[in-house]
Structures are given as structure tokens and as C-alpha cells.
Design a protein around this ligand. Structure first.
Ligand code: HEC
Ligand code: HEC
Length: 453
């Protein structure tokens, strides 16, 4: 049975049920009238109530979506069942069983079938569309390096790469990074050639001393720089004593401020605006983070995997899975991100990834630093008065909407850094990720953000 047919079936059934209870009512009243000594008021009230209940239920069925109808119809089945039962009692008490109309038998048959169908279709969608279990289930028994790096690629870009727009998976990397030679969008390093760089970086003077020295702890994460054997145990490489390229890459993801690529940091390149990938909102588990690293090591030499030093995970690595927090990414990279507007503003904002770049008052965990702090109640009206403003917005609300749909209409000036924020860093395709309702709701929320306290 196709799901599209279900709501026709239920709509038809609900009407039949009401017609049936009307028929029962008329039939009972007629019998009472034809007979002396029958309690017309009692039976009339009982079956009248049955009719009214069915009318109300039918009316409600029309307000429900197909999915809700599936659950709700069982109440009406119950009501009709009770009517049938009472009707049986009525005929029995009057000793006129033989006069029960053929329709009652037909109706009984129809109800039985419906109950069976309701049970069947209630069970169907669970089998068809239950969300997959949270933890990524990985069968490691036939995992090859090719599959493992493909898994890393999927964490980065998501399952479905959508032509023309930036595809973004659970890892969220393409929000900020580019990967192809010559493709530089702004303030985040192009990750082409990063495998090669990883070996030379660890020997650079800058790596050894800035912004903290090897052996010192990073303030934000507590990770000791340059000490792979002191990485939190659940992410540690086996037998890690000497520092190798792989460790640099892992450290880049787990402790972005341990080393800040020149020109890409804040506060004189001492602080990285990159989120910690092993913590919320992205929260990659070890085997996911390692899959991304394996992909980073392999991606510049397609089809060859000699550069990969990450071992394939064992069953103990994938047990329990990852996805500690679901704040960030889309639905684990299963498909393109889209918010419909029934979500809370916090949920929408997390799903769209705004917190990775913006600090947003009122949104827990939104401490991103790549873009301006969203204090739009104050900022938005200020922007449209700026002589450099060339956009179309007349009100603060319109400005916020424009900033989301067309970020390059106006590039905010970063007072702290004394230069404009980089153009083209904020994704240009949010229009494809929001329903009309979601956009209005998001704009309402963002337009009213202001410094806390
Ligand atoms: C919010 C933006 C943002 C996101 C999301 C992000 N990064 Fe970064 N990343 C940066 C910035 C900015 C830098 C440069 C500063 C630094 O060195 O930390 C950087 C640096 C790096 C480096 C070091 C590059 C080099 O040349 O040494 C690597 C490797 C890296 N990121 C990988 C990733 C991966 C993999 C992901 C996804 C799992 C990711 N990043 C997600 C912003 C981001
Ligand atoms: C990859 C990083 C990134 C992401 C993700 C991102 N932004 Fe931005 N955003 C920026 C940068 C950088 C700027 C400043 C440059 C500009 O004006 O385009 C900016 C500017 C803005 C502005 C203008 C702020 C002002 O004070 O004038 C608004 C509003 C805004 N973003 C909202 C959002 C919302 C809402 C989301 C999520 C739906 C989002 N951004 C996601 C990087 C990002």
C-alpha cells in the first residue's frame, strides 16, 4: 500500500463510520417505535451519543495530517466497535436478533478489516521511516582504507553533494574551508596540500613556540601542545611517542589554538576561530575524527592511500558510536540541511551552523568568532545608516533578512581588527535551507539579539 493512498482510505473510512452510526441510530429508534415497552429514551440517547461522538471524531480527522490520522483513527474504530457491541446487546435484549439488518453484518466485516488495516499501516511507517539509530553503525569487518576515507569524506560533505551549492556534512568543514587548488574564499586556509604541510609544520619555529610552546597547555581545551601521548585517551593514537604529521592534523582539529595558521587567527594570530571538532556542537567521535584525518591524508592523491598513517578502526573503536551532541550539523550528514520553521530558534540556528561563526546572545554554545557578534537590535539599524551601505533594507528586520539571504550585500567592518570581515565566508546559500516560515522566525529572533546583561 502506498502512503499517498492512506489518507484517502482514512478519509473514506471516517465518513463511512459516521454514516454507520447514523444508520444505527435511525434503525434503533425505528425498532423502539414499532415495539411497546421499549425504553426509547435510553436507547435513543445511547445511539444518539454514539452518532455525535462519531461526528466529532470525523470532523477532527479532517484537521489532521495523514501521519496523525493514522494514529487517531483507532479511536474512531473503538467508538464504532462499542456501537456495534451495544447494537448487539439491543437486538439481544429485544429478542429480535434475526431482524438485524444485513448492513450490520457488512459493517462488522468492514470494521474488522479496518482494525487489521490500522494495525498494519501503523506498523508500516515505523519500519519505513524510523530515524536511524544515533550512533553511526559501522561494520568494521570488511572495512578498507578506501571505504574509511570515503566515510571521512561523507562526514565532511554529507551524503548528498548538491550541485551548485556547498554540500556540508556533520563535520561542517566546508562552511569555512575550501579543498581545491586555487579556491580561496577568505579567512580559512585552503586544505589542499595539508597532508604535505603537516610534516613541515611540526618543524617550523612558529609551531615550536607560538602562540604557546611545545609542552604547554592550551587555555581553551587543556590539551598539551605537541604531545600526542597526552591527547585525551579516547582520541589518542596508539604508541604515540614521537610527533608526526598525523598528530599535527589531529591537533588542528582538537586544539585549533595550539597553532594558528599565519594570518588566519584573531588577536594577533594567537587565537583560532575554528571550533574544537571533538566537542559540541560538532562532537566527532574518535573513529569519525580519524576517518576525516584519513581522508585529509588521502584526498590529494586520488586512488592512493600510502600517505595515510591512520589505522583502520577495530570493533572497540566504533562501539557506542559518536555523535555526542547534535547541536551542529544536519541530520548526521544524511541529506541537505533544511529547516521548516516548527523548530525553536535555537534548534534552527544550531542546524544551520550559525554558532560556528557567530556569538549569539540567547543561544547556548554559540560562541563562534569568525563573524561579528550578533547584536542586531543595535547593529542592524546602525548598518543601514552607514554611508558604505548599498543594500536595499529600510528597517533593522529587513537588514537581518538581507544579511542571511545575501551576505555580500554589505560587508561588516571589524572594528577590533581595523579591517572589513572577509567577504564570501558566510555561506551564500541559506535561501535554499529555510522555508518561508523558518526565515521569518529566524529573522524575528536575530533582529532582537543584544548584548547580555
Ligand atoms: C568556523 C570555521 C571553521 C570550521 C567549521 C572548520 N575550520 Fe578548520 N580552520 C578554520 C580556521 C580559521 C583555521 C586557521 C586557524 C588555525 O590554524 O586554527 C583552520 C585551520 C584548520 C587546519 C590547519 C590548516 C593548516 O594549513 O595547517 C586544518 C587541518 C583544519 N582547519 C581542518 C578542519 C576540518 C577537517 C574541519 C571539519 C571537521 C574544519 N577544519 C572545520 C576554520 C574552520
Ligand atoms: C562560515 C561562517 C558563517 C556562518 C556559518 C554564518 N555566518 Fe553570518 N557572517 C559571517 C561573516 C564573516 C560575516 C561578516 C561579513 C559579512 O557582512 O558578510 C557575517 C555577517 C552576518 C550578519 C550581519 C551582522 C551585522 O552585525 O551586521 C548576520 C545578521 C549574520 N551573519 C547572520 C547569520 C545567521 C543567522 C547565520 C546562520 C543561518 C549565519 N550568519 C551563518 C560568517 C558566517
Amino acid at each position: 500500500m502506498l502512503p499517498e493512498q492512506q489518507d484517502i482510505l482514512w478519509t473514506f473510512t471516517t465518513i463511512i463510520f459516521t454514516l454507520f452510526s447514523l444508520f444505527a441510530f435511525i434503525n434503533v429508534v425505528q425498532h423502539c417505535r414499532a415495539r411497546e415497552g421499549t425504553n426509547t429514551v435510553l436507547w435513543g440517547t445511547l445511539f444518539g451519543t454514539g452518532l455525535i461522538i462519531n461526528l466529532l471524531l470525523t470532523n477532527h480527522m479532517f484537521e489532521l495530517t495523514q501521519q496523525q490520522q493514522l494514529g487517531f483513527i483507532s479511536w474512531q474504530v473503538l467508538a464504532v466497535f462499542l456501537i456495534l457491541l451495544t447494537w448487539g446487546v439491543f437486538f439481544k435484549s429485544q429478542n429480535i436478533e434475526d431482524q438485524s439488518p444485513p448492513l450490520i453484518r457488512a459493517a462488522f466485516f468492514y470494521t474488522t478489516i479496518s482494525i487489521l488495516l490500522a494495525g498494519y499501516t501503523n506498523w508500516l511507517p515505523q519500519q519505513r521511516s524510523d530515524p536511524p539509530p544515533k550512533a553511526t553503525v559501522v561494520d568494521v569487518s570488511d572495512l578498507t582504507m578506501e571505504k574509511y576515507t570515503a566515510m571521512g569524506e561523507e562526514i565532511v560533505f554529507g551524503k548528498e553533494r548538491v550541485a551548485g551549492s556547498k554540500a556540508i556534512g556533520k563535520g561542517q568543514c566546508p562552511l569555512c574551508h575550501t579543498f581545491d587548488p586555487g579556491d580561496n574564499i577568505g579567512r580559512c586556509p585552503n586544505l589542499f596540500g595539508v597532508e604535505e604541510r603537516s610534516h613541515t609544520r611540526i618543524k617550523e619555529d612558529r609551531y615550536l613556540n607560538e602562540p604557546i610552546k611545545i609542552g604547554e597547555a592550551d587555555g581553551a581545551t587543556g590539551i598539551i601542545k605537541g604531545k600526542p601521548d597526552e591527547i585525551p585517551e579516547e582520541y589518542r593514537r596508539a604508541d604515540a611517542s614521537e610527533l608526526i604529521g598525523e598528530d599535527y592534523l589531529r591537533e588542528s582539529l582538537m586544539c585549533p589554538s595550539c597553532y594558528v595558521v599565519k594570518g588566519y587567527g584573531k588577536a594577533g594570530d594567537t587565537k583560532s576561530p575554528m571550533p574544537v571538532i571533538s566537542k559540541p556542537p560538532i562532537s566527532l567521535a574518535k573513529f569519525e575524527l580519524n576517518a576525516v584525518l584519513a581522508w585529509l591524508q588521502a584526498k590529494d592523491t586520488p586512488g592512493e592511500f600510502e600517505k595515510v598513517t591512520i589505522p583502520l578502526p577495530g570493533p572497540e573503536d566504533v562501539a557506542g558510536g559518536g555523535d555526542g551532541g547534535d547541536g551542529g550539523g544536519d541530520d548526521d550528514g544524511d541529506g541537505p540541511v533544511f529547516v521548516v520553521g516548527t523548530e525553536t530558534p535555537q534548534e534552527m540556528i544550531n542546524k544551520l551552523g550559525c554558532p560556528l561563526c557567530h556569538t549569539i546572545p540567547g543561544v547556548e554554545g554559540a560562541v563562534g568568532e569568525l563573524g561579528p557578534k550578533l547584536h542586531e537590535k543595535i547593529n542592524a539599524p546602525k548598518r543601514i545608516k552607514d554611508s558604505r551601505y548599498k543594500g536595499k533594507a529600510k528597517t533593522g528586520r529587513e537588514y537581518v533578512k538581507e544579511s542571511i539571504l545575501n551576505p555580500n550585500a554589505y560587508i561588516v567592518f571589524n572594528e577590533e581588527a581595523g579591517e572589513p570581515y572577509p567577504e564570501g565566508v558566510m555561506p551564500q546559500d541559506f535561501a535554499n535551507k529555510l522555508s518561508v516560515n523558518a526565515l521569518e522566525k529566524l529573522v524575528d529572533f536575530i533582529s532582537n539579539t543584544q548584548p547580555e546583561g
